[in-house]
Structure formats: structure tokens, C-alpha cells
Design a protein around this ligand. Structure first.
Ligand code: KIV
Length: 273
């Protein structure tokens, strides 16, 4: 039996080359996802679903992304892949799983790809990660890069600080974007960047830029799903809340509690006779 699908088989999922080809074209729609039920809903609307390590903060209550483990990313990544059929699924490489050497990065990334079934990994860092990006892409692992505000380096950056406020730093960000593109990344997240810098980087960078807090000048946008659904009690300035799920969940839980206390739930038609 052939291991190849027949040539006529429909390729349902967006592919890495298709996303790479969106440079300067149709905007890339991306959101984070970490649970199967949400992934099923988002799949119809998004080109890319990122299993971001921000899940450590929004789903697990960590203060930063640093405590997130490879096993946690793999568990959430596999759930999102199971819940999707169309979006390209990218899984974040957590802190400590890739920085040491290209070889360590390859072993971690290979586990992520094999154990989740995702199509690509994302890692943080510009020029300093170029060698690793080249090593991974040469071995069949597509890489989305992530520059600007890189939360895994929040201790070095002195917090979650918008990048590029000081124009003297711009050449470094340009160099980062050029280095990850040159190394073979198929796209790059620009996080927390002032607009004029993000616009310049997007214009100069040959691969699609996907912005989060980096203005409309990017080739696509990504938000943390819980933020845009209004689930958290706080969100950064750049987040638009497209829903108020916190209010809705609060209302539903309150209604449930009231009905249980009043013994009006479950009702007759919700009871097995
Ligand atoms: O972990 C994450 O959610 C991310 C996005 C902010 C791009 O990396």
C-alpha cells in the first residue's frame, strides 16, 4: 500500500507555502487556541491557529510563560490538531526547550511535530536564533519566528514592554527580521512594536509579518483568543474585545446557581423517568 495520498485527494489544511505566499497579499487571520472545542469553532475562520505558550498564563494561571513545559504544549497542541481540519496549526516551543543548541531545538521540535501532528513550530528570538531556524528548516521543520516583545525574555527586557520607542533600537529589530527570513522562517510574529517600526519591518521583510500589538501595517494579525473574547479581567491596549464572554459566563453561572438553589433545575424534561 502506498504511503502517499492519491494525487486527487483534497488537501484541506492550509500549508506553510500557502501562508508564506500571503506576503503583501490577503491578510493572514490568526488566533491562539489551546482547547479542542474552541479550536473546532475557530477553524472555520482562521488561516493559522497558534498553540501559544501564553496558555500558561491564560489557562494555567502562571504569571509568565516561563514555567510552561514541552509536555504541556504537546498536550494542548494535540488537542488543537484534533479539533481542526483547515487551519495551519503552529505550536510554540516553550522556554528552555530550544535555546541551548540547534540540536536540542531539533529534538524538542521533532517531538512537538510527531506527537501533536501540527504543521510548524514557533520560537522566540531574532538574529540570535537564526542558526537554529536554519537547522530546523533544513530538516523539515517549518518555523514561524517571533521578534519584538518576546515574552520568554521578559526578565531581560524588564517586563512586557513595547519595543521600538527608542529609534536607536530600530536597526536591531530590522536585523532580527532580516536574519530570521534569511534563515528560512516562513513568517514572523511582530509583538509589541510601535507602528512606524512595524511598518518599516513589514515593508522590508520578505516573509509575512503577523502583528500582535504591532499596528495594522503587518501582513496578518494574531490575538490571544481569551483576550479577544473578553474572558480575562484585564487585556492590553492593543486588544479589541469582540465579545464579552466573561460577562456571559458570569451570567450563566449565576443563573445555574440560582436554579439549583431554588430546586428548579433539573426540571421534568431534564430528568430520566
Ligand atoms: O504565546 C502566544 O500567545 C504568542 C502570541 C502572543 C503570538 O506567542
Amino acid at each position: 500500500m502506498s504511503a502517499q495520498p492519491p494525487e486527487s485527494a483534497p488537501i484541506r489544511r492550509l500549508t506553510v507555502p500557502q501562508i508564506a505566499a500571503r506576503k503583501g497579499a490577503e491578510p493572514i487571520v490568526a488566533l491562539t487556541a489551546s482547547h479542542v472545542q474552541f479550536a473546532r469553532i475557530l477553524d472555520a475562520h482562521c488561516d493559522v491557529l497558534l498553540v501559544g505558550d501564553s496558555l500558561g498564563m491564560v489557562s494555567h494561571g502562571f504569571e509568565t510563560t516561563l514555567p510552561v513545559s514541552l509536555e504541556l504544549m504537546i498536550a494542548h497542541g494535540a488537542a488543537v490538531v484534533r479539533g481542526t481540519a483547515r487551519a495551519l496549526v503552529v505550536v510554540d516551543m516553550p522556554f528552555g526547550s530550544y535555546e541551548e543548541s540547534p540540536q536540542v531545538a531539533f529534538r524538542s521540535a521533532a517531538r512537538i511535530m510527531a506527537e501533536t501532528g501540527c504543521q510548524a513550530v514557533k520560537l522566540e528570538g531574532g538574529a540570535r536564533m537564526a542558526e537554529t531556524i536554519g537547522f530546523l528548516t533544513a530538516r523539515g521543520i517549518p518555523v514561524m519566528a517571533h521578534i519584538g516583545l518576546t515574552p520568554q525574555s521578559s526578565n531581560t527586557l524588564g517586563g512586557f514592554k513595547t519595543q521600538g520607542r527608542d529609534e536607536d533600537s530600530w536597526p536591531l529589530h530590522h536585523a532580527d527580521a532580516a536574519a530570521v527570513a534569511e534563515a528560512g522562517a516562513f513568517s514572523v510574529v511582530l509583538e509589541g512594536m510601535v507602528e512606524p517600526l512595524a511598518a518599516q519591518v513589514s515593508a522590508a521583510c520578505p516573509i509575512p509579518t503577523i502583528g500582535i500589538g504591532a499596528s495594522a501595517a503587518c501582513d496578518g494579525q494574531i490575538l490571544v483568543m481569551e483576550d479577544m473574547l473578553g474572558l480575562g479581567d484585564w487585556a492590553p491596549k492593543f486588544v479589541r474585545k469582540f465579545a464579552d464572554l466573561r460577562g456571559e459566563v458570569d451570567r450563566a453561572a449565576g443563573a445555574y446557581a440560582a436554579e439549583v438553589r431554588a430546586r428548579s433545575f433539573p426540571a421534568e424534561d431534564e430528568t430520566y423517568r
